[in-house]
Design a protein around this ligand. Sequence first.
Ligand code: TA6
Length: 308
Amino acid sequence: MILSITPNPSVDISYRLASFRLNTVNRCSHVHKLAGGKGLNVARVIHLAGRKVCATGFIGGANGQFIKEELDRLQIRHQFVEVDGTTRNCIAILHDEGMQTEILEEGPRLTKRDEENFLSQYCKLLDSASVVTASGSLPKGLDATFYTKLITIAKEKGKIFILDTSGNPLKEGIKASPFLIKPNLQELSGLAGKKLQTMDEVKKAVLSLARWNIPCVVVSLGKDGALGYLGGKFYQIIPPKVQAVNPVGSGDSMVAGMAIALSEGLPDQLVLVYGCAFGTLNAIEEKTGFIRKELLNEFIGKTEVIPI
Ligand code: TA6
């Protein structure tokens, strides 16, 4: 079973508009409302691929109730810590030709008690998991070392940990040497402390993470696929050419694909292929964090991995 952690879930609302005009009224008939936040996109995609997953994190209020009902409707196992505050909304406006504007709320403020409740539940859930994924921003009240604690506990129990976050939680999280991190170019530039412009600069930034002993670094490059560093080797991963419909959630779907490949003990290069194939499968869908299982083998077969 894969354990998918979302400390700051959200009700993800996506609007599609032919053109988005500022400072006036925009009416919209294409609306999707989903249980979201990065880790819940990961969990839904793992479930849609027919694999076992359990979603956990913190939820509260009416939005929290909506998320639980959505997961029950999809028959996705979940075990959240209930908190006093209200789970946030996140809005994605898909507009004009291929543009995507997102408004992400901060989410509730958590207490020390909430964190303690989570840590004790987490230790139990780990016993039935082979791989753990932890994704997204941290709500107020959790400090930037929250993921560092989770990684350390998971590694003590011999579990594979995938971390997908940004900013200080990423800077702190890598100090605990998770098995895999999946920064996009902006997040890796944040770690490197400068805007990375060329592939050589990206490779150098990945190599500079070596002191943290992270076995696998996958830099997601959107429609250009990804750069993978695994077993001391670099790989370029080239996805099948597609017409993207909604790329929101493709990074999360990459994490889902790689978590599945690692949980099934697949060879290094296939871990990278699964990541890109799943990310691309999400991009051709209107819904965020959604794939069609029947297309999996075709997209895995069409995804190239080239040692560089
Ligand atoms: O990756 C897309 C997405 O999951 C959106 O659906 C939205 O929930 C957002 O990311 C949340 O990101 P954050 O970094 O705030 O946790």
